[in-house]
Design a protein around this ligand. Structure first.
Ligand SMILES: [Zn+2]
Length: 548
């Protein structure tokens, strides 16, 4: 981009105007600065070696390791004199989950007079039905809809009252039933789900189908054993807000698929990647049931309040958060290491918020507004904890003036690192700042000026854009606060070689960097907490925030 002198001049006046304000929290010997300096690399390391230890077993949602981590934080918060702000005077906001496991004994698949055996040639993918579903079949190709790409697999398919048969080459996912159509990537999942893009199972349901049968691709057939083994918690949904029920869906082997298609008028499946849907006729009677067992399990967010010093402003809160869950363990992992410790993701945020709590507790002075600390569960499952907290808040959510989210701030790229997997990792004195300029000018200004007048980290704003193809703004807990109209800032170190790998260990963390970033966030928090007016949302928001 071309520089112009007017912009440079405006930038200078901007810096001069805001420097006085930034100094409030950041100036030497201010109460905020003194408190921030109580956050140390050694303390962060201590806490992280506990939270990311093998004993926490990768902090899956729900799991014993996650519960233990929650209890650890609750104990520290209690010692430091925090006010419990979860359910019933505790630090914990309980979330009930429904655990669904397949029930092969009570599931059936018949093709003509043939009965197919569970596990070997078919398994339940999602949804459920205790009774037999018997209906005409219709072929629906890969089943996907992407408006902007002109992809509409069910365009000419009359699926009403029928069982839709889907097929796509590649490795299917449990969530979406088939693999993505050719040429579709993360960046294409923009706009509104169900309107701008629709996954195959939702689309079949919208079209009035009564069930779905997915035929294995070559890749799925080769990997049958693995893909037919359901994960421990397959499709739990949080009660009260995840009540949409997906269509009964089964996955069948190619052998059974070939039987289904044997006397079809046309057999386009396996022909091309996104074979256009055609009419599908079979004289065979096909019916299936997909029974499940349900069990209620629990997990929790951890919620604590530090009351502000100003008699009026203390009714408002600055929220600081991280997710304390990770993705758990995999006993079938190929490597010797079966535990995904999640030291950076998001052990780093978890212990940073904990260290910030300790710094507040040790400080002789308090910020004017109250500080709300929330450690979210189930972020890795789809931002569950933050969605639950924002839909069923334990505090008056309208009084939350901003949310500062910390998800991965512990890793840094060394100058001599040539690993391409670390190409987008931030450096030792650098961090990505996302969202601060997307919602509130004031919050963006404070975020920047606090850093400029304190440790002068390199703030990289390249992902601070709703059009960013990585869509980081939509991929962590702050998003659910933003949906509630709360301006947010998200600190993130970037993806790296150990991102969502068993090697995300505590001994690979750059604790000096973490200390610097955590101290800077702490000062930002204090500055916002002491503002005379809460930061206004004055930016044009992306449709994902306004349409919900
Ligand atoms: Zn994360």
């Amino acid at each position: 981009m071309k520089k112009n002198l007017l912009a440079v001049f405006l930038l200078l006046t901007f810096v001069f105007q805001t420097s006085a304000l930034a100094q409030t929290a950041a100036r030497a010997n201010s109460p905020a600065r003194n408190a921030a300096e109580n956050i140390t690399a050694a303390q962060l390391k201590d806490y992280l070696y506990f939270v990311a230890s093998d004993e926490m077993e990768g902090r899956d949602t729900p799991s014993r390791g996650l519960d233990t981590t929650a209890k650890f934080m609750g104990m520290m918060l209690s010692r430091w004199g925090f006010k419990p702000a979860g359910d019933d005077g505790t630090f914990y906001q309980k979330m009930a989950l429904l655990r669904e496991t397949p029930d092969p004994q009570n599931s059936r698949l018949s093709v003509g007079d043939q009965t197919i055996s569970y596990g070997e040639d078919y398994f339940r993918l999602s949804g459920s039905s205790d009774s037999m579903i018997s209906a005409p079949l219709v072929y629906g190709g890969n089943g996907w809809f992407f408006k902007a790409k002109g992809i509409d697999a069910l365009q000419n398919v009359d699926a009403k009252g029928k069982i839709v048969v889907l097929y796509n080459s590649g490795v299917p996912t449990r969530a979406f039933a088939t693999s993505l159509p050719k040429g579709i990537a993360q960046a294409d999942f923009t706009g509104e789900r169900g309107k701008d893009w629709i996954d195959p199972l939702t689309y079949a349901k919208q079209k009035g189908a009564v069930g779905v049968i997915v035929v294995a691709s070559n890749e799925a057939q080769t990997d049958w054993k693995r893909i037919s083994t359901p994960p421990t918690v397959q499709r739990p949904f949080v009660e009260k807000f995840r009540t949409e029920v997906s269509l009964p869906t089964i996955f069948i082997s190619q052998k059974v698929g070939d039987t289904l298609f044997a006397d079809a008028t046309k057999a386009p499946y396996r022909a091309t990647d996104s074979a256009a849907a055609v009419a599908f006729n079979t004289s065979k009677n096909v019916g299936f049931s997909a029974a499940i067992k349900q069990e209620r399990v629990y997990t929790q967010n951890v919620v604590a309040l530090w009351e502000g010093s100003d008699p009026t402003l203390k009714n408002e809160m600055v929220a600081v958060g991280a997710h304390y869950d990770h993705v758990g363990m995999n006993p079938n992992a190929k490597s010797d290491d079966k535990i995904w410790n999640g030291a950076d993701d998001d052990g780093s945020g978890t212990v940073s918020v904990l260290a910030m709590a300790e710094a507040l507790a040790k400080s002789p002075q308090k910020p004017k507004r109250s500080i709300l600390l929330v450690w979210h569960a189930g972020e890795e499952k789809g931002l569950w904890g933050s969605e639950y907290f924002n839909k069923f808040p334990t505090v008056d959510i309208k009084n939350v003036v901003a949310q500062l989210n910390i998800d991965m701030i512990g890793r840094s790229r060394k100058a001599n690192d040539t690993n391409p997997k670390n190409a987008n990792l931030s450096g030792e004195n650098e961090v990505f700042v996302i969202g601060s300029q997307m919602m509130s000018s004031k919050l963006g200004e404070i975020t920047k000026s606090i850093n400029d007048s304190f440790l002068k980290l390199k703030y990289d704003y390249k992902y601070d854009d709703p059009k960013d193809t990585n869509r980081f703004f939509f991929r962590s807990d702050h998003f659910n606060y933003a949906v509630n109209g709360i301006p947010i800032v998200f600190w993130f170190d970037g993806v790296h070689e150990d991102y969502h790998q068993p090697g995300d260990h505590a001994d690979k963390i750059d604790y000096q960097k973490m200390e610097k970033v955590a101290r800077t966030i702490f000062l930002t928090m204090w500055e916002v907490a002491d503002l005379a007016q809460r930061p206004a949302v004055d930016k044009q928001l992306p449709p994902e925030l306004t349409r919900r």
